[in-house]
Write a protein that binds this ligand. Sequence first.
Ligand code: GLC
Length: 538
Amino acid sequence: MESVASASWWAAGVLYQIYPRSFQDSNDDGIGDLRGIIDRLGYLSDLGVDAIWLSPIFPSPMADFGYDVADYVGIDPIFGTMDDFDALVLTAHARGLKVILDLVPNHSSDQHPWFIESRSSRDNPKRDWYIWRDPAPDGGPPTNWLSEFGGSGWEYDEATGQYYYHAFLKQQPDLNWRNPEVRAAIYEAMRFWLRKGVDGFRVDVIWHLIKDDQFRDNPPNPDFRPGMPPHAALIPIYSADRPETLDVVAELRSVIEEFDHRLLIGEIYLPIERLVAYYGAELKGAQLPFNFALLSTQWHAREIAALIDRYEQALPSGAWPNWVLGNHDRPRVASRVGPAQARVAAMLLLTLRGTPTMYYGDELGMEQVEIAPEDVQDPFEKNVPGIGVGRDGCRTPMQWDASANAGFSDARPWLPLAPDATQDCAANLRADAQSILNLYRALLRLRRELPQLSLGNYQPLAAEGDLLLYRRHHQGQSVLVALNLGPDPISVASDAIGLDGEVLLSTMLDRASERVGATLDLRGNEGIIVGRAPEEVV
Ligand code: GLC
């Protein structure tokens, strides 16, 4: 069995996603930047995470806020300079924090010099770097493939009389990953950052990289209903998750392997059974294909227990699990499950087997912010308004203190702050002994102290009514996690679960060292961890 010392840093560690535009502004333009992140690294060390992942910071026209890259080896002036970036890596590493970048290889910006060349003529050497096709016989798009952000996935180019494919905005043309020159160019960009000491990449929409070589139409989705995002009208079997994608993932991994101790994470929205294929044959794919199952599950004990079991069973032998509770594309967890359950969700995330990824501000209980129509920034909401797909509400500025704009910026922030931002801010919550922030800090500390929590195996015990109960066991030591997913108290007979020990942590932060008697009593919306205190553990 692996010990904490010998486990990979990313297996035992906790990842923290920063959305750079919204973390900390240092130059008063209302948009967060790298110097701002450097200034807040102390907060992240105090919180107790191990690595930060930054959403894209590369030069970009910002049509999709950085997910439209115009230069894979630069820094957008909005975020600072390459010197700022080097300083960030240096300072983070000095604090023991790893740095993970967002790699966006599926598509570039239409302003990237590669695309400008590619669209300049049919015989340009870079023509085949993107996906160009002749019109269908009726002059329309070559296939029925849809853009995730609404409308056709094909854009007609008058000058050269062909269509190019874009799985997202038309300003985000898809690169042609069947072309070896494209692969080589992106691999070189990866090496550029890896040489700078970057600890890994989160790869954007990795399951989209390869498209059907015969360009077949996607079949209709029989479950499509009005009110769903328009792209859900088709099942994208020919435009994503093609078998050849896994060869590319293995190549991305081999670039990572040219350097020591680096991490490849894949962004993948697929059912669990397909998701786990991205670990690759003989685990030579992504070390962590992001597991987003908790983002869409019903918040019921039995549902969650079933999905944990399904995931654990689907994992290839030796594959390391991971869990995600929030990101910059999905509604805030505190709004999905409510503020009381947000604490239980925190305990779940940080006690499941596998690497947890936290999303900035979730440790403050930040909620989805209502965005007035005139404040909308997200191109998805602009293209497909009014059905709730907008992502601005989970990207609002981090809430630091009680000063103007909650300490995020001295200028008007690019997105509005939450109405209660100066109240529910890091400074106030840090000073409140029972706040959700201090719960996250306590969970992260306990996880660091107890290898059962980071590396132990997962033993499901019960999922009845609102109770979710499991054990984590490592080298002769166990902890028990009991989560009450509902508002009513629950009592569990201790001997029925072979319970022994004391309360190491309650989500309400008020039961430390309480001995567990004949029953384990949970209040409504309470989670507790029971075990032997770290100092008792040899
Ligand atoms: C990923 C990103 C999302 C972006 C999209 C297109 O899903 O997380 O923010 O809009 O890819 O790059």
